[in-house]
Write a protein that binds this ligand. Structure first.
Ligand SMILES: [Zn+2]
Ligand SMILES: [Zn+2]
Length: 258
């Protein structure tokens, strides 16, 4: 099996440990073929929202660190990427970032309803899922994003997998298929441990019900398993293995390489 990870953070986002080289060294240690650095995109004139991120002034150094690692560790392919929230007024900035990177990850941690940001980790209402799905569709249609991170993050606090969840899963699966965007099984949701919900005890994400819809109704959608590590020790930890096993068990169309 080829080992890869395309969702990796580093300490400039202020909520992760280790610098770029620490993650690349960890990947080399585990004989990974590829690692994509994809820390949270900084913004100049945009609310920081809940996710802490690197300062805009750090972006050039972040890219430079990745280039240095590419030279220093020729035994592994190191890719330059960013994890982005998409909002229409950021389109030009995203186009610019896409030119400077190997790929962009879409991760919609926030949606906007009536001018207010709402956090996808705290969704509890069907309306929020509708707006989330619409936002993903719009972002994917730009063709700027290679991967959608944790598409099922909306299940984090959502009390039960209901029709609104099914509808969101179908809209995301269809948009991924139409725009050739890879969906991510995210090991970081497993690190959050199982929680009790109205419909039973489960991980916040990945949601087995979400992924069953993808596997049965959109079997050709490409799926990647990513660590979303915020600590080098988590790059290839037990949760990453659990995520790989889960993707296999659910019969997803897993790709190992972008
Ligand atoms: Zn983060
Ligand atoms: Zn991330």
């Amino acid at each position: 099996m080829l080992l890869t990870n395309y969702h990796t953070h580093h300490n400039r986002c202020k909520h992760a440990k280790g610098n770029v080289e620490d993650y690349v060294k960890e990947a080399v240690k585990h004989q990974y073929a590829e690692i994509g650095m994809s820390c949270h995109t900084p913004h100049q004139n945009f609310p920081q929202m809940g996710v802490r991120r690197m300062d805009y002034s750090d972006l050039a150094t972040y890219f430079n660190d990745i280039e240095q690692a590419q030279k220093k560790y020729p035994q592994i392919k190191v890719l330059k990427a960013l994890e982005c929230e998409y909002f229409p007024h950021l389109y030009d900035y995203m186009v610019e970032l896409r030119k400077q990177t190997d790929y962009l990850i879409l991760a919609q941690h926030y949606i906007e309803i009536d001018g207010k940001f709402q956090d996808a980790f705290h969704f509890t209402k069907p309306k929020q899922l509708e707006v989330y799905a619409a936002c993903i569709e719009e972002a994917m249609a730009t063709k700027l994003f290679a991967i959608l991170a944790h598409p099922d993050v909306f299940m984090t606090l959502y009390p039960r997998f209901d029709e609104a969840c099914e509808a969101a899963a179908r809209r995301i699966g269809k948009a991924a298929l139409e725009n050739d965007v890879i969906l991510e099984v995210n090991a970081n949701g497993l690190r959050r441990q199982k929680q009790t919900y109205e419909d039973g005890v489960r991980y916040p994400y990945p949601s087995e019900k979400f992924w069953s819809i993808i596997a049965t109704e959109f079997p050709s959608v490409k799926v990647v398993v990513n660590s979303d590590c915020h600590d080098p020790a988590y790059l290839n930890d037990e949760y990453m293995q659990m995520a790989r096993d889960m993707a296999k068990r659910l019969n997803l169309n897993v790709i190992e390489r972008l």
